[in-house]
Design a protein around this ligand. Sequence first.
Ligand code: BTN
Length: 255
Amino acid sequence: MYNSIQDTLIIGKKVIYLPSCHSTNDIAAEIVHAGLFTEGTVVITDHQLSGRGQRGTNWVANPGENLTLSVVLTPTFLPIQDQFLISQTIALGIKAYLEKYISGVEIKWPNDILVNRKKICGILIENTIQGSKLNTSIVGIGLNINQIYLENDLATSLSGETGSELTLGDEFAALIRCLDAAYLQLRSGNRIAEIRSAYMNSLYGYAEEVKFSYKDRVYTGTVIRVNELGLLSVRLSNGDELTDLGIKEISWIRN
Ligand code: BTN
């Protein structure tokens, strides 16, 4: 069902398709642990039984309607303190893929992908480290493609946005090509500033006020910075600033 992609340089040349599995990130981790991979190997399933999300949540998607996959990367060229660049690069690759169909694509810090303010894709990146460098990075992607009924009102799918049903195999190939192109930019080493500024310019809340909760209070403000470590700074509507927040410190409120 999902073919390996031969016209990319790194990602998707080897594709492992499992009709069902517990979590593609876990399968990818097992493959890495066993040393049985080349960089860019993709694990993809039609039916993920225990998909994992950020902050210990579950990722649930209707079987056979969406893209549920993990990519194994070996970004050994990146110092540990630059690991957020992987998140930024992958988010931009997914955004580029979606923009072939639709506008209104934004990245919600740190790396959710929104279309018209609704979540269409979640990313779970799990890194291993060796010394002061990154060793492997498992990039898990859950992208809603043909699922029309989503439990969460603040979620959407590509077909929900475009009105047409898509062929998963074709969308897989198109997505992988965009991820490969984005990763090649990162690997080239001379496009880092470009990646960081494209990420900032794509951020939900960067150019306009949005709502979020912090320490049990609701605030309105704009994103002013995401630093190299991936920590977020916001300017509140009263002019105060909250700086260098981690993922567990704030929750966005979209309505
Ligand atoms: C999130 O938004 O919370 C991240 C969701 C990530 C889900 C994907 S689906 C493929 C891969 N395998 C997993 O168990 N999780 C990721």
